[in-house]
Design a binder for this molecule. Structure first.
Ligand code: ZN
Length: 552
C-alpha cells in the first residue's frame, strides 16, 4: 500500500500537465494489442481514487455544502486536478467553473377553493413557481387525470381540454400503478413524478397545479409533503413560465373538491383507462403566495479531454456530484456530514477516470467531458442548470455515465446500473461489463422507487441525452448470499445522509475499480461508436431524444 500511495501522490501533486506527453489513437488494435477501451480501463488506479476520496471527505472540507467554504474548496480542488491533468477548461469564459444560480423561496400561502379557505399544512401546501416575492391569482379548476402526454404510449390527458390560465388538479404516479398493462406497470415512469406533472402543465399553459396526495400514489405520507414543501424551496433560478403556483391537496380535501365529478376512487380508476377525459370543475380557486427570497450561487466543475476523430465536437460525459450536506445537526457529537460514499466516492472516480484517459493517452473519436456536478443534494441543481445552459450543445452530448455512490464493500461478480432499459447505451454497458467478467443484474427495488429520476444524469436524460447511472452489484466475492443487501440496508439506516458517512478503515476499493473500469469501457465505446446511442421505443425520453438531435 505505501509504495503505491507514494507513486500515486507524486503523480497527483507534481507531474503536470500529462496530456501533452501522450497521444495514442483508437480503432481496431493489432493482434495481442489491447483495445483502446481495455487500455483506459487498465489505467484506472485505486490509489488515485482513494487519495481524492480521503481529501474530499475530510472534516476540513466540512461536508462540501454549496456556497460554503468547504464547497468552494472542493470545487477549486477539482479544478486544480483537471488543470494538473492538462484537460481543457469546459466551463464559463475559459474556466473550469460553470455557474449555477440558486434561489431559495420560503412560502407563506393562502388558498380558497369554491370560496372556502383551506388550512395550510393540514389541508394543503402551496409554493410559488415564480422567482418573485409574491404571486396571487383567481382561476377556474380543471381535473386532468394523471396530466400525462405520452406520444410513444398514444396517451394524452389534456386532449380536448383548454387549461390556459387555469389551475389543474392532477393525480400523481402513472396509470401503470392501477393497470400493470399500461406504461411500465409497477415501475414508476417519469410521467409519474410530481416534477413531470408541473412541467407538462406548464407546456399546456396552466397557471397553477394542485397535486392530489395519497400515500399509495405518492409513495410517501402527508408528513413528508409538509416536511418538504413548507420550508425553503431551493431551485435553480428559472425564467417565468405560465405557472405561478404549485401545491399538494390532502386526499380528503381533494375528494371534496372533485365530488361533482365522482369519488376519488372512481376518478382514479377512470383516469387509468385509455381515452379518459378530464373536466372543468364548478369551483373557483383563489391562491396567493408570499415568498422570502434568498439568492446564492455555486459552480459545476467541468473539463474536456478532446477526441481525435470526425466527431470530436461531440462528447460523452462522465460525471458525479461533489456536494454534500455540509455542517448540520450533530449526531453523537459529530455535525460534519462528510459524504464519503455520497459522493466523495463518485467525485474521486470521475477524477480517476480523467487520470486513466490521460495516463493511457487514448483519445476516442468523440471527446470526453468530466463533470463534478454541484448542489445535487439540494435537488439536482447543478445538473439542472447545466442541462438548461450547457457548455456543449446538448445535441453534441452523446451520452452520460453518472457515478453517484461507488461500491466500497469489495469485489463482486455482478454490476448494476439505472437506465439500462431506456436506451441502446444499456447494450454498450452490458458489453463493457462482460469485458470485465461481470454479469449485469437488475435492481428491481430501484426501478419501482424511481431511482433513475434521483441523480444528476436525470436532468440530461429529461433533455434527451441517453444516460446510465452505476449501481452496486449484489453478489460479493467471498461473501454469503444476501451480504450485499445487508450492507446496503445498514448504510441506508445508519449512514445515508448522516455524519457517519465518513472514511472508514474497511473501505475496499476493488469493487469501485470494477465499476470504474466498466464506466470507462462504456464511455470509450460510446465515444468511438459510428452513431450516438438512441432511446428505446418504449422510453418516455424518446421524444425528448428526437427533439435533441433535431437541434443538431
Ligand atoms: Zn448522491
Amino acid at each position: 500500500m505505501m509504495r503505491t500511495l507514494i507513486a500515486a501522490l507524486s503523480v497527483v501533486i507534481c507531474a503536470a500537465p500529462l496530456a501533452a506527453q501522450q497521444g495514442g489513437r483508437t480503432g481496431t488494435p493489432a493482434a495481442g494489442v489491447a483495445s483502446a477501451a481495455a487500455r483506459v480501463a487498465r489505467a484506472a488506479d485505486t490509489s488515485v481514487m482513494r487519495a481524492h476520496l480521503e481529501f474530499l471527505a475530510d472534516d476540513a472540507l466540512e461536508g462540501r455544502a454549496p456556497g460554503t467554504r468547504g464547497g468552494e474548496l472542493a470545487a477549486r480542488y477539482i479544478a486544480a486536478q483537471f488543470r494538473r491533468l492538462g484537460l481543457e477548461p469546459a466551463g464559463d469564459s475559459g474556466s473550469y467553473l460553470h455557474r449555477v444560480p440558486i434561489i431559495s423561496l420560503t412560502p407563506e400561502p393562502t388558498l380558497a377553493l369554491g370560496g372556502r379557505p383551506l388550512r395550510w399544512k393540514d389541508d394543503y401546501v402551496l409554493w410559488s413557481m415564480r422567482d418573485e416575492p409574491s404571486v396571487e391569482l383567481a382561476a377556474p379548476l380543471v381535473f386532468a387525470g394523471y396530466g400525462i402526454v405520452a406520444p410513444e404510449a398514444n396517451w394524452n390527458d389534456y386532449a380536448g381540454l383548454d387549461v390556459k390560465g387555469k389551475i389543474v388538479v392532477l393525480l400523481v404516479n402513472d396509470p401503470g400503478l392501477r393497470d400493470s398493462t399500461l406504461f411500465r406497470g409497477k415501475i414508476l415512469t417519469y410521467y409519474g413524478r410530481w416534477t413531470y406533472k408541473l412541467e407538462e402543465a406548464e407546456r399546456q399553459g396552466a397557471a397553477g397545479v394542485l397535486l392530489v396526495h395519497t400515500a399509495e400514489s405518492a409513495t410517501y405520507g402527508w408528513s413528508t409533503v409538509t416536511g418538504s414543501w413548507t420550508g425553503p424551496q431551493v431551485r435553480v433560478e428559472r425564467p417565468a413560465g405560465s405557472l405561478q403556483v404549485a401545491g399538494w391537496l390532502r386526499d380528503s380535501v381533494a375528494a371534496e373538491v372533485l365530488r361533482p365529478l365522482g369519488t376519488l376512487e372512481e376518478l382514479t380508476r377512470k383516469a387509468a383507462a385509455r381515452g379518459a377525459r378530464g373536466a372543468v370543475l364548478p369551483a373557483q380557486a383563489t391562491a396567493a403566495v408570499r415568498s422570502t427570497i434568498a439568492r446564492s450561487a455555486t459552480s459545476n466543475v467541468v473539463a474536456r479531454w478532446s477526441g481525435r476523430g470526425a466527431h470530436r465536437a461531440e462528447a460523452v460525459l462522465i460525471g458525479g456530484h461533489y456536494d454534500h450536506l455540509g455542517v448540520g445537526s450533530p449526531v453523537d457529537g459529530d455535525s460534519i456530514y462528510n459524504g464519503a460514499l455520497d459522493n466523495a466516492s463518485g467525485t474521486a472516480a470521475v477524477l480517476a477516470a480523467a487520470e486513466a484517459f490521460v495516463r493511457s493517452g487514448v483519445r476516442p473519436d468523440r471527446s470526453i467531458l468530466f463533470m463534478a456536478f454541484a448542489a445535487e443534494e439540494s435537488g439536482l441543481l447543478g445538473s439542472t442548470a447545466y442541462a438548461a445552459r450547457p457548455s456543449v450543445p446538448l445535441a453534441r452530448i452523446a451520452a452520460v455515465v453518472n457515478l453517484d455512490v461507488m461500491n466500497l464493500y469489495g469485489p463482486t461478480r455482478d454490476i448494476a446500473a439505472l437506465g439500462l432499459d431506456q436506451s441502446t447505451l444499456g447494450r454498450v454497458f452490458g458489453a463493457a461489463a462482460k469485458a470485465e467478467g461481470l454479469r449485469v443484474s437488475e435492481n428491481e427495488d430501484a426501478l419501482v422507487k424511481g431511482s433513475f429520476f434521483r441523480s444528476d444524469h436525470f436532468p440530461l436524460a429529461r433533455a434527451g441525452v441517453p444516460a446510465v447511472s452505476l449501481e452496486n452489484g449484489i453478489e460479493y466475492v467471498g461473501r454469503s448470499e444476501g451480504w450485499g443487501e445487508k450492507q446496503q440496508d445498514e448504510y441506508t439506516e445508519k449512514r445515508y445522509h448522516q455524519p457517519a458517512d465518513e472514511v472508514l478503515p474497511w473501505f475496499d476499493y476493488r469493487g469501485a475499480l470494477q465499476q470504474l473500469r466498466v464506466a470507462l469501457r462504456t464511455a470509450v465505446a460510446a465515444a468511438d461508436a459510428p452513431a450516438q446511442p438512441t432511446w428505446l421505443p418504449g422510453s418516455e425520453f424518446r421524444a425528448a431524444g428526437q427533439a435533441r438531435v433535431r437541434g443538431r
